[in-house]
Design a protein around this ligand. Structure first.
Ligand code: SAM
Length: 290
């Protein structure tokens, strides 16, 4: 018989998930816990959600905790998602940063894909940079001048990202033939990304609830389609941390359909073509903490 989620079990998991990864599940989304965690009842050999919760917490079962996070996180992503970030990169940021590298004002440009999922965002960035350098016949600056760090809380998606192998369905989601032909090789049923692009990314496990201090400073931060799952208070904390993690003239890029009023305390919105990005506000009433 299918187990149903009681109010008490919903409350326990809601708090557990919020504490572990910041994801806020309202009552109207209780079905998410019920549908996504029901498979774990079988894995854990228990018959109710309360029993599952107590097994995870009491036995401090790390592998089950990982499974809960994997089941509850939404890993939806695609190549060159929203299009405009890559135009901003090509038309505005790359010319500026290449100039700074040439002038010796910077030794390298640091880019962070903060909720990387299966890697499409970070790889799109590396391909965009490499293609830009090639198209403009730039030889003195190479992809190795750009350090791209990609992080996620879910080790399952990070493992897929690190492999750099994608099935046909993932490949049609946002990938232009120009990039597919240039950077991918067919291997059986999958498409494998070039080692040059793969090796340009460092994938790491990281919980965005933690301090950003050890990650260092970044020139460009992609922070897209993850804050939507967080409560307002955590969003505000994250914008505060981002404001000290981004370089003075750095660009913060969020999802094209994301709007957060808390951002205004720390960042100014800038427009380029059809897209937007954010720059750290120099005078603000925010209190910075990392
Ligand atoms: C919808 S995907 C976004 C992927 C990509 N940024 C994009 O825009 O295509 C959201 C990702 O955020 C990750 N995530 C959720 N909570 C997190 C947390 N507390 N710390 C780090 N990553 C988290 C999920 O595992 C998931 O892979």
């Amino acid at each position: 018989m299918k187990a149903s989620l009681s109010n008490a079990a919903f409350g326990l998991f809601k708090k557990y998930i919020h504490d572990k990864c910041g994801i806020n599940i309202g009552e109207e989304k209780a079905y998410l816990i019920e549908t996504r965690l029901s498979k774990l009842l079988v894995d854990a050999q228990v018959s109710s959600f309360e029993a599952l919760y107590h097994k995870i917490v009491k036995e401090d079962d790390a592998s089950m905790a990982v499974k809960v996070i994997d089941a509850i996180t939404t890993n939806e992503t695609l190549w060159f998602r929203d299009k405009t970030p890559w135009l901003i990169l090509e038309e505005l940021l790359l010319p500026k940063y290449i100039e700074k590298l040439r002038m010796g004002e910077k030794q390298r440009i640091r880019i962070w894909s903060a909720a990387a999922s299966t890697g499409q965002e970070a790889y799109s960035t590396a391909m965009c940079i490499d293609r830009y350098l090639e198209k403009n016949a730039i030889k003195d600056i190479t992809l190795s001048h750009f350090q791209i760090i990609a992080t996620d809380i879910s080790n399952t998606v990070l493992e897929i990202a690190k492999k750099g192998r994608y099935d046909a369905v993932s490949m049609i989601r946002g990938m232009a033939p120009e990039y597919k032909d240039r950077y991918f090789t067919k291997q059986g049923m999958a498409w494998k990304i070039d080692d040059k692009i793969k090796n340009a990314i460092t994938f790491k496990s990281f919980n965005l609830q933690n301090s950003f201090v050890f990650l260092g400073q970044f020139d460009v931060i992609f922070f897209r389609y993850v804050l939507i799952y967080f409560a307002n208070i955590l969003r505000e904390e994250i914008f505060n941390k981002l404001s000290t993690t981004i370089e003075k003239e750095g660009a913060l890029i969020i999802g094209a359909s994301e709007i957060y009023h808390q951002l205004d305390r720390f960042f100014d919105m800038k427009h380029h073509t059809q897209g937007t990005y954010y720059m750290r506000r120099e005078t603000n009433e925010g209190t910075y903490s990392r």
